[in-house]
Design a protein around this ligand. Sequence first.
Ligand SMILES: [Zn+2]
Ligand SMILES: [Zn+2]
Length: 592
Amino acid sequence: MIDLGRLAAGDVLVPAGAAAPVAFAAEELAAYVGRLFPATPARRPVAAPGGDWLALVPSGAPMPPLPELPADAEWVVRPANGGAVLRGTSPRATLAAVYALLRAAGCRWSPHGRDDELVPAGAGVAALTGRPAFARRVYVADLGTWHYTVPERLAARLPHDVAFIDWMAKCDATGFLFIRHANDTQWTVPELLPELARRGLAIEGGGHALVELLPRSLFASHPEYFPLAATGRSDLGNACVSSPDAVALIRERATTARAEIPGATDFHLWGLDLFGGGWCTCPGCASLTPSDQSLVACNAAAEAMGGGRIFHLAYHDTIEPPARIAPHPHVWAEFAPRERCYGHALDDPGCATNAVYRRALDAHLERFAGRVDVFEYYGDAILFGGCAVPLVDVIGRDLECYRAAGVRGVSCLVFGQYSTWAYGVNVEAFARGTIDPRDAAGARTERASRRFAPAGDAMVRYLAALEDAMVGVVRHGDVLLPPDDAPTRAGVEAALGREAELRRLLADARAAGAPPARIAAEEHLLDYTVAVLAALRDWLRRRDRADAERALAALAATIAHVHAADPDVIGTWGAHDLELTHHFFVNALRAR
Ligand SMILES: [Zn+2]
Ligand SMILES: [Zn+2]
C-alpha cells in the first residue's frame, strides 16, 4: 500500500528540467495531497533520471528506482521504499497517473469545474496501472460555438472551457479537436491552447475544411477544380479529385494548415457538412463513390505530410467505406454514425437501424486495417434538440462494442456548458468508459451523489427513469426532425406519458435536500424537454396546415424554458445558438 497520509509530510521528487505537463503534475500532486491530508509535501528537483516520472517519498529520502512500464500500459503508480513512484509514457500520461492516484485516494472530478469536485479525507492507495480501453480519448467542439468574433460571448464561455480542459486531464483524456466549418476564419481557439499544452493534451484540428483547402476564389479561373453537379461545375461542393491541380492544391494547403495549428501532428480532412451533393460526377469521378473521392484528398495530404495521421470522415454520404481507393497507411477512418439509433446500443441485435452502422464499422475496420476511430454524439445539443437525453447504459454498451471490434480511439462532441447541463451524465459516462467501458454505468451514481447530495439516490432514480423514457425519441437522428411514422409517434407519446413520474422523481430529489439551484436547473431542462415533446406530438398528429403551424409555433416557444434557466448553466450555446437551430428545424418541418 502507498501510505499517502504519511507521505503528505514528505517530498514530491521532480526530474530537473521536466516537461511542462510533468511540472504541472507535481504541482497538482502536492496541492491535492495537501487537501486530502493535513500536510502538503514539498517539491524537490532531482538531477537524474530524466524523463516522465514523479515520486512521493518520506522527507529527505533518496529517489527510488523507476518501475518498469508494461508494454500495454500508459502509466503506472507503484509503491517503492516507503514511498511511491509514478511513471508515464509521456508527460500527459504522467499527469494522468497523478490524477489516478488522487482518484484512488478519494478525489472526484467534475466537468463543471472545481466548485463541483470532491476532495474528502484521504486514504491509502494500492499499486495502479493505466491500461485505457482506447488509445485516443478526445473531446470535440465546433469552432462556431465559441462566437470568437463577438468578444463578450467568447469571454463568457472561456472559464467553462478552462474548467472542462482541467477535468479532461483528470479523466485521462488525450486531446481536444476543434472543428472548422466553411464559415470559420481560424483553426483553433488560441486562448485555450496554453491550457491544453500545459497538461500535455493533444491539439487536434481540421474538420469540414475542404472549402478552406480549395479556395472558392479559384472558381472563376479554374472551374475544373470544382465538382460537376447536374447544373454544371459548382463552387458549392467539395472538389473534383480527378483534377491533379486541385488535389495538389489541397495537399499543399492541408500541410500548411496543420503547421498553423501549434503542436498538431494529426489533421482531420473532411468534406463539407452536407448530406449529399458535395462530390463530383465528372467522367473521371463518376466511378468513385463519395467515400472514394474524399479518400483521394486524404491520401494526397498524407503523402505530403510525411508523419502524423490524416482522418478521413465516414459520415452521411461517406458512411460506407471507400470501394475503389485504398487508404494510405497514415490515413485513419473517423467513423461518425450520426443518424444511428441512440435508443439501442450500436450492437443491439434488436435494432435494424444500428445493424447497418455496425456493418459499416466492420467494413471500415477491414478496409483501413484496424485504423479506425469513432466520433460519437453523446453530448450533441443539435442532434438531441437540446432535450435531456441521458444515455449512460447505451454509452457503456457502445464503448464495449467499439473496443471489442478493435476501434482504437473515440471522441465525443460537446457544446460547452449546454452539454455539461443537458448531457453532463453522458460526458461523465463517456470519460469513464474510454478507460473501461464497464465503468461507464457508474457515472450516474457518481454524478448524482457528487452534485445532488444528500439527494443522490433520488437523482439516480430520476436519471434512470429519464433515460428509459427518452428511448423512443432518439431512434431516428435529429430529435427535432421526427419522421412522420407510427413508431416515432408512439415513441414521443410514450415519453410524454412518463411526465408525471419524472416530475415526481425530481420533486423527491428536491424534498430530499438536493441543492436548490441545481434542482432548479434540472427542472428547467425537464420543462423544456416536455414542451418540445408536446409540440412534436402535436405536429405528428396534425391534420391540416393550421394544426401544423400551431405545433411549430409551440415548438419555437419552448426556448423560453431554456432562457429561464441560469445563463451560467445554459452557456452561450443555450443563450444564442439553440434558437438558430430551432429556426432551421422549424423551416425543415414546414417544408414537408
Ligand atoms: Zn471530377
Ligand atoms: Zn434502435
